[in-house]
Design a protein around this ligand. Structure first.
Ligand code: ADP
Ligand code: MG
Length: 700
């Protein structure tokens, strides 16, 4: 009867009332659910704090001292409260009670050593404890509360019914012996040893009642590992299933186009990271399975050249390649840089966008069909039915998050077998998250910038310094440079934001009058043609200042622009700030990013701005972003269901994700279908979890 499925009301100490509350408030229906109600933190009761140490401690602490004063005073609303002082040899704190005054007054003893346990709260410059636990030190010594005490999630309602933290701990304490021998281990013994994992039953016991810090950590590691292991197993199996299911064209040759480009045409030496990624791509496309690879690399890390060389591999093997970008201007820029790189090689590249004129469009269609056009660059226009290839082998997609799954599916249909897909993104995401979110794709990372890049000097300035900032902009413009000034545009406050933008624009026009200066403006309420025209004017150097909302966030390349001013920078997220900064520093000149803000900054905003001034490493910035915002708020992860864990926490558990991924890889390498007898229990546990967890979304 006492197995894990037993209804929670059968646990000693849980009557029908408590059972209902546990179900409603904590979703605890059965023994197993209570077992998996993991402590969110532990307090160390093996140690006494000194009052002088308390400072910012938000957590519960344990003190040893004496009550030096107790008095009943009137509180608001005619009620009484009890106030006291508690002192040790380093200082004094206030104690307050609102209930049980008479009893407390009669039972608490002055000038006797007490053990106090509670949560200090700042109050009028000192600290107070409301309703602390107090126990005479003499009694405490007889049966000390020792070691790490678990803290459980609770709620107002639960607390009223005695199911506060200690109440829940009492239940778990009662539960553990009842389920002894009922918590099956599914990892084989040598697996536990190899990955240094605590046994499952012990882990459940230690997570609720840790013997000491080391056991607590080992228990949590084991349980997190288990959770992440099954997720990684699912992702890796999805990936393998993809490889088995979708055959791809094999690019067996490294031929004339690739070699000629590499030896004669390449304007610089590839970075180590670029070479590594090219090797990864080659390994994929040689095999005859379909490549579905994500290429992450910070702005300016040199993804284009990698994409081009992958395209040359396709051409060497008799295939065509295309590159699709999310906007017309980006497509143009890609077309231009590819054309420059291929200059004199005889390999042609055409541009197809919404604004390509019909005669040219027809030419392109024909050349694609007869195979005389090897490379096509463009926008969504590439997806149209009419765009038919002779033999498309590789599709490169820039900035994937702008494309929907359905659009990508259309790409897949452009040849008999789906063309290999290389998705490039300039939005770095932390490795841990990538392994989870894109765990079913192949991921390549360019984590090294080409040599000789000058760092972009990044400064935080308050609004009151705007005049000085303007003077600096004038110096830069006089020296022939160009400047971006970006305003926030948040949908919820769009109206105010437009007003800010227009006010800002007017004051910039006043500070930078014609004809000495020419100011461009681009925002979402303009017609697309007007936007394009303004962007072009700036790109061609006709205007020196580009005032814009975040629409320029993606991709434009104006190497002569050296200053990025971000207004109300405190309102931008870290990744956006980073993307915006990446618009400068693209030419040979020293570049600057100036983050303007008001004096009123939240702690988080301050951390964001400071992070920006301290580092330019997109992956580091992404880490900080993840820690600040948590996983749920990061781009695209909200609905994925990949980030809801019972005990694991991706913001902290990177090493465990790595370990789990590694373990999965090692197991599947020897036993791809998990057929060996030793892994049958793992497989069964996996299937059970999958059945109960239908929210493991598909991403690719
Ligand atoms: P992104 O990853 O942002 O697309 P690009 O491919 O546009 O970056 O490259 C940014 C700039 O760096 C380009 O001007 C490119 O020519 C240059 N570049 C790329 N790789 C190297 C390299 N290995 N050495 C020097 N410059 C490079
Ligand atoms: Mg690029």
């Amino acid at each position: 009867m006492n197995d894990l499925h037993t209804a929670i009301e059968y646990l000693k100490g849980v009557g029908p009332n408590k059972a209902n509350l546990l179900k409603e408030e904590l979703k605890v229906f059965r023994f197993a659910d209570l077992l998996q109600l993991f402590p969110y933190r532990y307090v160390d009761r093996s140690r006494f704090y000194k009052i002088s140490e308390l400072g910012q401690a938000e957590a519960e602490v344990q003190l040893l001292g004496q009550i030096s004063r107790l008095e009943e005073v009137s509180a608001r609303g005619g009620k009484k409260m009890l106030k006291g002082s508690f002192a040790d040899d380093t200082g004094q704190v206030e104690l307050i009670w609102f209930k049980g005054l008479r009893y407390l007054k009669d039972s608490l003893k002055l000038k006797q050593p007490y053990v106090l346990y509670g949560k200090p709260q700042p109050y009028k410059g000192s600290l107070n404890f409301a309703h602390p636990e107090l126990e005479l030190h003499a009694d405490f010594k007889k049966s000390p509360v020792q070691g790490l005490q678990p803290l459980y999630p609770s709620s107002e309602k639960l607390q009223q019914k005695g199911l506060n933290n200690r109440g829940i701990a009492r239940l778990t304490r009662a539960l553990i012996p009842q389920v002894k021998g009922k918590i099956p281990e599914f990892f084989p013994a040598d697996f536990l040893e190899r990955y240094q994992l605590m046994g499952r039953e012990e882990a459940y016991r230690e997570v609720h009642f840790p013997r000491d810090l080391a056991h607590m950590k080992a228990a949590r590691w084991r349980l997190k590992f288990e959770e992440l292991f099954f997720l990684q197993l699912e992702l890796v199996r999805q990936k393998q299933a993809h490889q088995r299911r979708f055959k791809g064209y094999a690019f067996k040759e490294v031929g004339r186009h690739f070699n000629h480009f590499y030896e004669k045409q390449l304007p610089f030496a590839l970075t180590g990271a670029q070479k590594r990624v090219l090797r990864e791509i080659r390994r994929d496309v040689q095999q005859g399975a379909h490549m579905n690879r994500l290429l992450q690399g910070d702005v300016g890390s040199g993804k284009t050249i990698v994409a081009l060389m992958a395209m040359l591999l396709a051409i060497d093997n008799g295939f065509q390649a295309c590159l699709m970008a999310p906007t017309e201007i980006l497509a143009q820029q890609h077309h231009q840089s590819l054309a420059e790189l291929l200059e004199g090689t005889g390999t042609s590249v055409a541009l197809l966008t919404g604004s390509t004129k019909t005669p040219r469009r027809k030419e392109i269609h024909a050349a694609l069909r007869d195979g005389s056009l090897p490379i096509l660059v463009g926008t969504h226009a590439l997806l149209e039915e009419k765009v038919q290839y002779h033999n498309l082998g590789l599709a490169v997609v820039d900035e994937q998050h702008r494309f929907g799954v359905a659009q990508r599916a259309r790409l897949w249909k452009k040849n008999e077998l789906p063309p290999h897909i290389l998705v490039m993104t300039a939005t770095p995401i932390p490795r841990t998250l990538a392994m989870t979110l894109y765990g079913n794709l192949d991921v390549s990372v360019i984590d090294e910038l080409p040599p000789g890049r000058k760092p972009i000097r990044t400064e935080h300035r308050y609004d009151s310094h705007r005049l000085r900032v303007f003077n600096f902009l004038k110096e830069q413009i006089t020296a022939g440079r160009q400047v971006y000034i970006v305003y926030p545009l948040i949908e919820e406050s769009a109206k105010m934001d437009y007003k800010d933008l227009m006010d800002g624009y007017e004051s910039i026009m006043r500070a930078f009058p014609r004809p000495a200066y020419d100011v461009s403006i681009v925002h979402g309420r303009m017609r697309p043609e007007d936007k394009e025209a303004e962007m072009q004017r700036f790109a061609q150097g006709k205007s020196q200042i580009m005032v814009a909302t975040t629409v320029i966030e993606v991709g434009v390349n104006v190497p002569n622009a050296t200053v990025m001013v971000i207004e109300s920078a405190e309102r931008f997220g870290l990744s956006q700030l980073h993307q915006l900064r990446g618009r400068v520093g693209r030419g040979g000149e020293r570049s600057y990013c100036i983050l303007m803000s008001s004096h009123k900054l939240s702690k988080e905003a301050r951390t964001r701005l400071q992070t920006m001034t301290e580092t330019q490493d997109g992956f580091k910035i992404a880490e900080v972003d993840m820690k600040l915002r948590g996983i749920g708020d990061l781009m695209g992860t909200r609905q994925s269901g990949l980030t809801h864990f019972q005990i694991a926490d991706l913001t902290q558990d990177g090493p465990i994700v790595e370990a789990a991924r590694q373990a999965v890889a090692e197991i599947l390498e020897n036993d791809p279908q998990l057929q060996s007898p030793a892994y049958q229990s793992v497989l069964r546990a996996f299937e059970r979890r999958k059945a109960g967890k239908t929210d493991w979304g598909r991403i690719s």
